[in-house]
Design a binder for this molecule. Structure first.
Ligand SMILES: [Zn+2]
Length: 483
């Protein structure tokens, strides 16, 4: 089977064919740098990080472009509040973005263009859209005329008439048609501005991605990605601008990751349930976040909850415990430097199976399932009675296969001892509340002599890597890895 991807444009899975044999160009919409990144951003960053890692591991030469939107209404608004100029504010949040990504093990993109550094490219594209009759100027502001572009709405599956009927757009007298959108904004006093043929102003939001993706990947390139919320209007507009300006297809595959909720609620400032990456990293190990964020298929909704994180932690501890036991017998793993480590796997059943599920629209959930199966197999090997036969070569082979597949997911890259050192440090905050609750429940059960219930709570916690100890002071708990 070859690599397949769900294409949001066709609304089905398609066999992936790169434009240039063996090479892939990927553009992903990055962040608007006006605030700290939250765990929803982490999901998107990790999903596309894994897409790039996996395709490279399979032997493709990938060019990955991820932009920064560093001029925009939100940035201007925030800078007014903080009293900074927009460039200083943007720079500050670009720096924290890099810190977050480094902590999460997200690789840098090959090109990380900023809108403010591509104003000339943007102006060129806007000029070409005006010349071709797709855009018009009113009082120093340039609009894209959606009625002129035949397939407007095709990516998001919307009809123009429905959009107009359903839209709650502020009436803009200058627009010829309600769905027309801004390519170039005439300058307002006090806002950042650049010179243009239409007067001083700044780019509209959508145009930067059309201009920068085509500049670095060519007018027609392979994959365009981003969060689902970007399909409309951002990606619809990007597509319209680029295709109208260049007269060729834009991205061949549109890939969108699903939403992330927190304790079954949409993340929002008003609900106060915004979890920044920085906050999350004070509670969880970066590998736990990555394992959790890959635990569901990238298109599925995913719910971030304490209990899910606790489960993730116990799974990861189980894996690292096995790796630690293996290390005691065969020594530390040596990472090889081959980047295309999944391109030719011969008849290795495990790796072939892993590739089979990952080739199916990057099914990381199934891939992780295989990693856990492998851990069980390695544990059996480690537990084999008296180790009658020499298990070292078998163990080394199994561990190598496991670590190569997990490397494609950006997982299990730390030494077991290092992982345990960090996770113990990170542990207390997170699960304490949950564990206390269960201990209390167990005490209640014991009071009413419901021994079965009390035992099952103890076992459940044990399964999560937690050991209960009853003493004169009451019940305390410790991590199983401290044994
Ligand atoms: Zn974009």
């Amino acid at each position: 089977m070859s690599f397949t991807l769900y294409n949001s444009a066709s609304r089905k899975k398609e066999a992936f064919k790169p434009i240039k044999n063996g090479e892939i160009g990927i553009y992903v919409c990055g962040v608007t740098v006006y605030d700290l990144c939250h765990i929803g951003h982490a999901r998107s960053a990790i999903v596309f990080d894994v897409l790039v890692r996996y395709l490279r591991a399979r032997g493709f030469k990938v060019t990955y472009v991820r932009n920064f939107t560093d001029v925009d209404d939100k940035i201007i608004e925030r800078a007014k509040k903080t009293g900074e100029d927009t460039a200083t504010l943007a720079k500050r949040y670009i720096d924290t973005f890099y810190e977050d990504m480094l902590s999460l093990g997200v690789l840098d993109a090959d090109v990380e263009p900023k809108a403010t550094e591509h104003v000339d490219d943007i102006i060129d594209m806007v000029r070409s859209l005006i010349e071709k009759g797709f855009a018009y100027v009113v009082d120093g502001t340039v609009y894209f005329s959606v009625e002129k572009f035949d397939s407007y709405g095709q990516l998001s599956g919307r009809q123009l008439e429905e959009m107009v009927a359903g839209a709650r757009i502020a009436v803009d007298e200058k627009k010829k048609y309600p769905m027309d959108f801004v390519l170039w904004k005439g300058a307002k006093p006090g806002e950042p501005k650049w010179k243009s043929p239409w007067g001083d102003g700044r780019p509209g939001w959508h145009i930067e991605c059309s201009a920068m993706s085509c500049k670095y990947l060519g007018a027609n390139f392979d994959i365009h990605g981003g969060g689902r919320d970007l399909i409309f209007p951002h990606h619809e507009n990007e597509r319209a601008q680029a295709m109208a300006a260049n007269g060729v297809d834009f991205a061949n595959y549109w890939v969108h990751n699903g939403f992330l909720t927190v304790e079954a609620e949409k993340m929002s400032k008003s609900l106060g349930n915004f979890i920044t990456i920085q906050d999350a990293l004070t509670l969880y190990h970066p590998q736990e976040l990555r394992l959790f964020l890959l635990s569901k298929h990238y298109r599925s909704p995913l719910d971030f909850s304490r209990s899910a994180m606790l489960e993730t932690r116990s799974g990861l501890i189980r894996i690292y415990r096995t790796l630690q036991r293996a290390e005691e017998i065969i020594g530390p793993n040596k990472h090889d430097t081959n980047t295309a480590f999944l391109s030719d796997v011969g008849d290795n059943d495990f790796k072939n199976h892993f590739i089979h599920v990952m080739d199916d629209d990057l099914n990381t959930a199934a891939g992780l399932g295989l990693l856990f199966d492998k851990i069980r197999n390695i544990n059996k090997l480690l537990d084999s009675p008296a180790q009658k036969t020499d298990i070292t070569s078998q163990l080394a082979k199994e561990r190598k296969a496991l670590l190569e597949c997990s490397r494609a997911l950006g997982l299990l890259e730390c030494e077991p001892s290092y992982f345990f050192h960090n996770i113990i440090k990170a542990f207390p905050e997170v699960a304490t509340e949950e564990i206390k609750k269960m201990i209390k429940e167990r005490q209640e059960a014991r009071k009413t002599k419901d021994w079965a219930r009390a035992d099952s709570i103890r076992e459940e916690l044990f399964g999560k890597g937690i050991i209960l100890e009853d003493g004169p002071q009451g019940t305390s708990w410790r991590l199983r890895i401290e044994e």
